[in-house]
Structure formats: C-alpha cells, structure tokens
Design a protein around this ligand. Structure first.
Ligand code: TPP
Ligand code: MG
Length: 359
C-alpha cells in the first residue's frame, strides 16, 4: 500500500491564557502596539455592550438576545482584518466584527427588539444582515466570492459559522464550491463548544473542525480563538491569499460560549459548572490586558477609565434605541408582498382591530 495523500492541521497561538507569549516570531499586528491597544479597547466595548443588552432583555426592553460573551477576540479580529469593500456574512452574534465595520449598537438592539430597521445598518450596505437559519450565510458568502471572481474584483467574502453549523450541508456546499472554483472565501468556524445544548463531541467524529476544509481543497488552520493576536494573524493570512487569487481558507477559532445560547436558554441545565469555570480562565480579554500591561502599553487606571467611557457610550446607544418610535402594526404586512394574499388581508384587518381595541 502507498500513501495517496497526507494532511496536517496546524494550531496557531501566540498568547497563552495568562497573556504570555508562547512564540517569538511575532506577526505584523503584534508589532503595532498602538493598534493592539485599539483592538483591546474594541473587545472591552463589546463586552460592556453585551452585558447591557442582556440586562435590557431581563428587564423586558428587548425581545431576546444572543450574547457574544467570550467570542470577542475572534470577532474583533475578523472585523479588523477585513477591508471596507470586502463582504461579511455573519450569523447572529458577531457584533465585535460588525461594530468595527460601522454597525451601530442601537441597530443590534433594534434587531433583537423585533424591529427589522436594525438590519438596515450603518455598516457597509454590501454586507449581509444577521442570519438565523443556521449555516445558510455560508452559501451567501460563497455566492459573493464567485461574483468577485467573475468580475475580477480583488475582494474577499468572509463568513462565520458555528461548530454546530459546520455540520450542515450548506457549510459543506459553500466550501466545496470555494475549493472547486478557487473562490476568495474565508470561512471561520467559531467553535464555542456548544450548539445550544448539543456539545461539540456530539456534532462530529472529526478530530478538528478545521479539517473539514481539507476535503474541499482549502487551506485549513486551527487557531486559539481567545488569542486576538493569533486570530488576527490567521485572518490577515487568509484574506491576503484569497485577495491575491490563491483561494479560500477554513479557520477554526477554538473558543467557548461563556453565556447562555441566547436569553431564552438556561445553560446551567446542561453544562457542568467546572467546564464553564475552566473556560473563564482562558477568556480573551484577561490575557490581552495582561499582555499589554506587561509591555507597559496599558494600565489598570486606563482600563477603568475606558470601561466607564464604554458604559457612557453604550447608554447613549440604548437611549437611541428606546427612543426609536415603533413601526405601526400594519408595517409587518405592508412591505413583503406587492399584493397581499386574502388570508393576510384578513390577518391585517384583525391585527389593526386588536391594535385599536388596545389603545
Ligand atoms: C436551519 C436551522 N435549524 C435549526 C435552528 C435552531 N438553532 C438556532 S441556533 C442553533 C445552534 C447553533 O449552534 P452553532 O452553530 O454552534 O452556533 P452558536 O449558536 O453556538 O454560535 C440551532 C440549532 C436554526 N436557527 N436554523
Ligand atoms: Mg456553537
């Protein structure tokens, strides 16, 4: 017997859980300390926003909300590595990436508050809206990547899918076409270990999720998704090669969902406490802060001041959200159909009558 092919999956990490460098061949991003500080500040902003959004839901001011607690490094790295004219096809919790691209926190709140105007965000109009049907965004991104290739535009489509979503045919279809046609597609699997209550171990028999890209002919890499430097280095590499016509890549960002799945979930019912506790020891902000402080690039006082500034900025966004006038009841019927079918005409009349009775 001879060997038909051999494969390896590399794991990329620069900062360990305590913020200590584990290798000295630093990537470009790590040599730009001022930018690292800015990215750390973005992570902290997202964390402050996230806690506030959960509190809003708990006090009845938001319908539901999908927290991004613990995913900040992966998300900020993705957003900051992209060019404005690249296309982002997110799932539903990548606020850190989207804020970097210009989406406003008030728009995230509007969306989760049940107001579709939140999807008309201030980020690039060519980015896709939030995508709840699991993994379908991968196909949207692959389609965009195909368009870039056909038009010979040096642009890249970036999508995010969960560990659970990477079990779906939509994900495999997207990476397959990217490999077959050498499309500029970067698919980031944010492996936060859980798909609601289904653990990563029940999703797949594969040793890594990154290796799913091998069958598609894509370059694959597993990254410490809590290490901002590693995530940015991986994204910079993937986007550069895609932009220069060298094809797509699958990046598995290994992280942990520190929150419930959404505010409609109670993860204590299915997750062991010690697993969550161990994950907190590896979370992304603590290690980045420790690293920046070890370089004398950040202080405890600056951290406190910035956190306070984030709270002020988030409060302004919350107020803008709360002050947004609701759409009239008829709006949910009026903008999807050219001509409303008879059953919806009846429902519309019923909804308007109920609305009138309530006021
Ligand atoms: C097609 C489809 N099936 C099922 C669901 C219900 N659902 C919502 S989130 C989710 C789990 C997703 O897990 P994962 O892909 O790991 O992403 P995470 O939420 O952990 O970031 C499921 C099954 C859905 N939204 N869409
Ligand atoms: Mg998951």
């Amino acid at each position: 017997m001879s060997i038909a092919a051999t494969f390896e999956i590399e794991f990329l990490q620069y900062l360990d859980a305590d913020g200590k460098l584990v290798r000295d061949d630093l990537p470009a991003i790590a040599r730009d300390i001022r930018q690292l500080v800015e990215l750390y500040k973005e992570m902290l902003f997202v964390r402050v926003f996230d806690a506030k959004a959960v509190a809003l839901q708990r006090t009845g001011k938001l319908g539901t909300y999908a927290s991004c607690l613990g995913h900040e490094a992966a998300h900020v790295a993705i957003g900051s590595a992209m060019q404005e004219d690249d296309v982002f096809a997110p799932m539903y919790r990548e606020y850190g990436a989207q804020f970097h691209r210009g989406v406003k926190p008030r728009e995230v709140l509007l969306y989760w508050g049940g107001d579709e105007r939140g999807s008309d965000f201030s980020g690039p109009a060519h980015d896709f809206a939030w995508c709840v049907p699991i993994a379908t965004q991968c196909l949207h991104a692959a389609g965009s990547a195909l368009a870039f290739k056909v038009r010979k535009e040096p642009r890249v489509a970036v999508t995010v899918v969960g560990d659970g979503g990477s079990s779906k045919g939509d994900f495999y279809g997207a990476i397959n076409v990217a490999g077959a046609m050498q499309l500029p597609l970067v698919a980031v699997i944010v492996n936060n270990q859980w798909a609601i209550s289904v653990p990563r171990t029940m999703q797949t028999g594969a040793k890594t999720l990154a290796q799913k890209g091998i069958a598609a002919g894509l370059e694959c890499l597993q990254v410490d998704g809590n290490d901002l430097i590693a995530m940015r280095a991986a994204m910079d590499h993937a986007i550069k090669r895609a932009r220069h016509g060298h094809g797509g890549m699958v990046i598995e960002a290994v992280t942990y969902r520190l929150s419930d799945h959404t505010t409609a979930d109670d993860a204590r019912r299915y997750r062991p406490d010690d697993e969550v506790k161990a994950a907190w020891a590896r979370e992304p902000l603590k290690r980045m802060k420790a690293y920046l402080m070890s370089l004398n690039a950040w202080t405890e006082k600056e951290d406190e001041d910035w956190k306070a500034e984030c709270a002020t900025r988030v409060d302004a966004e919350v107020n803008a959200y709360l002050e947004t006038k609701s759409q009239p009841t008829a709006a949910m019927f009026d903008y999807t159909w050219g001509e409303l079918p008879a059953d919806l005409v009846a429902q519309r009349a019923e909804a308007l009558a109920a609305d009138k009775a309530a006021h």
